[in-house]
Design a protein around this ligand. Structure first.
Ligand SMILES: NC(=O)c1ccc[n+]([C@@H]2O[C@H](COP(=O)([O-])OP(=O)(O)OC[C@H]3O[C@@H](n4cnc5c(N)ncnc54)[C@H](O)[C@@H]3O)[C@@H](O)[C@H]2O)c1
Ligand SMILES: CC(C)[C@H](C(=O)O)[C@@H](O)C(=O)O
Ligand SMILES: [Mg+2]
Length: 419
């Protein structure tokens, strides 16, 4: 259960939110303007090296992480900060190595680090292990250990990528939403759970549980995020059927009195799944529970064009490291083939720079480099369409590096802000 004290940690999180949400809402030019106006460039001095725990995990994890670290190294040279990457076994790789998906050494490293960068975990090989030994259990353990209750999953459509989606351009144009997913409660963690016998037949059960404090805590994050965007918050639940959702809605309604400037609406999750496809522009900020958020964010990835494009930030107590990870999984079907799209992982690293380290300029340069690579027509196979240039995971990383270099040189030429 969460105490009132744990809610106070939100102040620190709220301090981090403006920088990030601002960027994801705005067009690139206004981002620069906004940050410039506030004169809030943050450059970390070389003496303050930040420790980043690097969890490559499984499947395509090592491939996308390798590319992401190269991009981070380059950007740190340009923007004069030092990151110390420390790799640790996690997920299936850790099961193979030491028989535990989240071994104590990895836990220790994560807790002692300033931030955690995660690729993805899981795979067929570990699918039949007892639950405690599964890679996914390691991921849930990481989130719980670091108390990462707020998972922000932005889905912003890139104009140049609209042909990668299965939806029509007129439905997609201008879509810019964020799913604020509660991450440490719900049916994922509710007790009791398990498989047991009833009348000599097996039954399986999990419990969807939320306390008022948990709902209030994620609700506050969502209202703050909405406040920094277009001030529209849609709370997604299943309160027509579930008691836990009824409580969820009551708490959100009561909290809304503190945010009169945010327009609150409610939607049942089944309708929300449909509305996301019918008219995604109606959404600005969505707040929802762990399970609904998991499903809706994968759905939202197809607005952008691919799961390989969606980054995320998992945040909690500001004194603990956040975890920055793509929304997608280990994609075992394409692992080891240099086919994976590394952009979600690169964009997650950009979120880390902005959120965890307030390195806004460097973060925006990374995002801009990704935009430019897409503008130039480079595509991994998941976002490929006719007339574009197919590249592999590694080459996509090289293209991002090239664009970073161009951004850096134009910065010197204009003595400041790259156009
Ligand atoms: N956060 C995580 O680490 C995470 C998230 C989701 C699933 N998983 C795990 O991943 C494993 C596979 O699950 P799944 O297949 O349901 O989901 P998945 O996200 O791994 O893959 C779904 C589909 O999207 C494609 N895809 C995903 N990421 C891609 C990328 N970066 N580039 C190109 N294509 C990409 C895959 O090839 C696949 O066709 C399972 O073990 C699951 O538990 C882990
Ligand atoms: C792998 C699994 C535990 C995880 C989740 O359900 O949260 C994944 O789907 C995600 O979206 O990060
Ligand atoms: Mg998921």
């Amino acid at each position: 259960m969460f105490s009132v004290e744990s809610l106070s940690g939100f102040d620190g999180l709220a301090r981090q939110l403006p920088r990030w949400t601002y960027s994801h809402r705005s067009h690139e030019r206004t981002e620069w303007k906004g940050i410039n106006q506030k004169n809030s460039y943050s450059v970390m001095s070389a003496s303050s090296t930040k420790r980043v725990a690097v969890l490559e995990g499984d499947g395509i994890g090592p491939e996308i992480m390798s590319v992401t670290l190269t991009v981070l190294e380059e950007v740190s040279r340009y923007y004069d900060f030092l990151l110390k990457f420390e790799k640790a076994p996690f997920g299936g790789a850790a099961i193979d190595e030491v028989g535990d998906p989240f071994p104590p050494e990895t836990q220790k490293l994560c807790l002692e680090s300033d931030s955690v960068l995660l690729a993805c975990i899981g795979g067929y090989k570990w699918d039949n292990l007892p639950r405690k030994q599964r890679p996914e259990t390691g991921l849930l353990g990481l989130r719980k250990t670091l108390q990462l209750f707020a998972n922000l999953r932005p889905a912003k459509v890139f104009d140049r990528l609209m042909d990668a989606s299965s939806l029509k351009p007129e439905v997609l144009k201008g879509v810019d939403l964020v799913v604020v997913r509660e991450l440490t409660g719900d049916v994922y963690f509710g007790e009791p759970k398990g498989i047991s016998f009833q009348n000599s037949k097996r039954i399986g059960y999990n419990n969807m549980i939320y306390s008022e404090d948990e709902v209030e805590r994620i609700g506050r994050v969502a209202f703050e995020v909405a406040r920094l965007r277009n001030r529209r918050l849609c709370s997604v639940d299943k309160s027509n059927v579930l008691d836990v959702s009824q409580l969820w809605r009551e708490v959100i309604v009561s909290l809304s009195k503190e945010y009169p400037d945010v327009e609150l609406s409610h939607m049942y999750v089944d309708n929300a799944a449909m509305q996301l496809i019918r008219n995604p522009r109606q959404f600005d900020t969505i707040v929802t529970g762990n399970l609904f958020g998991d499903i809706l964010s994968d759905e939202a990835s197809m607005l952008v064009g691919s799961l390989g494009m969606l980054p995320s930030a998992s945040l909690g107590n500001p004194n603990s490291p956040g975890v920055f990870e793509p929304v997608h999984g280990s994609a075992p079907d394409i692992a080891g083939q240099d086919k994976a799209n590394p952009l979600a992982c690169i964009l997650s690293a950009a979120m880390m720079l902005k959120y965890q380290f307030q390195l806004n300029e460097a973060s925006i340069a990374m995002e801009r480099a990704v935009h430019r690579v897409l503008e130039k027509g480079y595509r991994t196979s998941d976002i490929m369409s006719s007339g574009k240039t197919l590249v592999g995971c590694k080459e996509m990383g090289e293209k991002v590096l090239e664009q970073l270099q161009l951004i850096q040189s134009s910065k010197f030429q204009t003595a400041g802000i790259p156009k």
